[in-house]
Design a protein around this ligand. Structure first.
Ligand SMILES: Cc1ncc(COP(=O)(O)O)c(C=O)c1O
Length: 479
């Protein structure tokens, strides 16, 4: 009795990414009420600097628009319904976006379209740029929500740009060309490329080389480029963040046809840690896209009270400067804490410089180097270890054994506990593997024991040496 759209499964709700959340909801960790519950490490939420926002609100009690002292009356805000958005908010938001980019680029509020989060921004851009059946190329691994946001209601298709651990999952010219060919083989019309910069789930920002490659690629093929820069304010160490808008400016392409084909998506869900407020935006140099997206934004506007509140927070330059610096410092600290704890356990991460998560290499813990092996490990980590992390397959990673582990949505104490749980799990896995190995050796099958993967030896080596304080990776990577 329902429509095809309502019943089709391209929403992706059955992905392990969302299933992990469901398992967490059934048994959520709480230090007092449920100390053995599942710790949520599959949610890219930034709670590290929430206290800064709370104190701003406390110091500015009239910022809600609900008190007699507010600069704008309750009635004015409640009745406001222009889908172009509050001018004061748009001005403040573009200034904030420039500040994140160290004022190397200036954004014109006329080119900004407000949307209910980046989710709505990405879908709206798809509606503007692609007809049903048209394709966008996306580097793998990518944010699992894109299957829902880009494909579900629009009918657009995603074709993967296959990236691999051999070069740290960087985008290459041949990977772009291969994806384009793959789409053509499937008779899909390619309309553009979509990247997240910095990347979710990799936690890395795109290099200038990759950005130039992308500009050259869309120029040669006459394509659009969407740059989802939702994590732009989370870059906490070098190399820094380069926005696609900065690249266009530096090569004088902003006001050209190529410049008009480039669109930036932004949101305050990550940088300010306000996903519940649903504050997103599209920035485009193409007036036709701005106009179409503005009309479509009727389906996902930001409430005027939220716009009013944020226009005041973001106009407080002293606050935004302090917030951005302090938030980066805290993210860096937390990221280091996670990486060090993992390394002690013997597990390595991709070198990251941004985001609210690390891209963790757990190939050494797989019983077999397959996606079945990855699922088996994931289930153990969720149900036995009590950690909800996101398997790489849910992010369309081509190589089994990678997991996204979030670190900014919990307290230091919870992160410490999570790492203790993981450490015990790794220890018991090592013991089991060693017992199996010894049995094989005792059984006299020395040829078989020789054929055990390299990491088994590395794993037992690390565990032994950990006692004397040595930190060595378990992972014998091929990259
Ligand atoms: C790359 C990326 N784009 C978009 C979104 C959606 O963000 P929002 O909460 O602003 O809709 C997310 C959320 O995790 C994301 O990681």
């Amino acid at each position: 009795m329902l429509s095809t759209m309502a019943t089709c499964n391209s929403h992706g709700q059955d992905s392990s990414y969302f299933l992990g959340w469901e398992e967490y909801e059934k048994n959520p960790y709480h230090e007092l009420d449920n100390p053995n519950g599942i710790i949520q490490m599959g949610l890219a939420e930034n709670q590290l600097s929430f206290d800064l926002l709370e104190s701003w609100i406390e110091n500015n009690p009239n910022s809600s628009g609900f008190t007699a002292e507010s600069s704008c009356s309750f009635k004015e805000i409640a009745l406001f319904q222009d889908y172009h958005g509050l001018p004061a908010f748009k001005n403040a938001l573009v200034d904030f976006m420039s500040e994140i980019r160290e004022n190397k680029v200036v954004f014109n509020p006329k080119n900004l379209v407000l949307t209910a989060g980046a989710t709505s921004a990405n879908e709206t851009l798809m509606f503007c740029l692609a007809d049903p059946g048209d394709a966008f190329l996306l580097p793998t691994p990518y944010y699992p929500g894109f299957d829902r946001d880009l494909k579900w209601r629009t009918g657009a298709e995603i074709v993967p740009i296959h990236c691999s651990s051999s070069n740290g999952f960087r985008i290459t010219k041949s990977a772009l060309e291969d994806a384009y060919q793959e789409a053509q083989k499937k008779n899909l019309k390619v309309k553009g490329v979509l990247v997240t910069n910095p990347s979710n789930p990799l936690g890395t920002s795109l290099s200038l080389n990759e950005l130039n490659l992308l500009v050259n690629f869309i120029t040669s093929k006459n394509l659009h480029l969407i740059s989802d820069e939702i994590y732009s304010g989370t870059v906490f160490s070098s190399p820094g963040f380069i926005s696609i808008m900065e690249v266009l400016k530096n090569i004088d392409l902003v006001n050209t046809d190529v410049g008009k084909h480039v669109h930036v998506v932004y949101s305050l869900s990550k940088d300010l840690g306000l996903p519940g407020f649903r504050i997103g935006a599209i920035y485009s140099n193409d007036d036709a896209v701005v106009s179409a997206a503005t009309k479509m934004s009727s389906f996902g506007l930001i409430s005027s009270q939220t716009q009013y509140l944020l226009s005041q927070i973001l106009s407080d330059k002293k606050f935004t400067k302090h917030y951005l610096t302090e938030n980066r410092r805290r993210l860096k600290q937390r990221h280091e804490m996670l990486e060090k704890a993992l390394l002690k356990t013997g597990v390595r991460c991709l070198k990251g410089n941004a985001g609210l998560f690390s891209w963790v290499d757990m190939r050494c813990l797989l019983s077999e180097q397959t996606f079945e092996g990855e699922m088996e490990l994931w289930k153990k980590i969720v149900y036995e270890v009590g950690l909800n992390i996101s398997p790489g397959s849910s992010c369309h990673c081509d190589e089994p054994g990678w997991f996204r582990v979030c670190f900014a949505n919990m307290s230091k104490e919870t992160l410490t506990l999570a790492m203790q749980r993981l450490s015990s799990f790794v220890d018991s896995t090592v013991k089991k593997t060693n017992r199996r190995h010894n049995k094989l050796a005792v059984g006299g099958n020395s040829r078989k024991s020789k054929s055990l993967p390299k990491w088994v030896f590395s794993l037992s080596f690390t565990t032994r040496n950990r006692k004397v304080g040595e930190e060595r990776s378990l992972v014998e990577t091929d990259d």
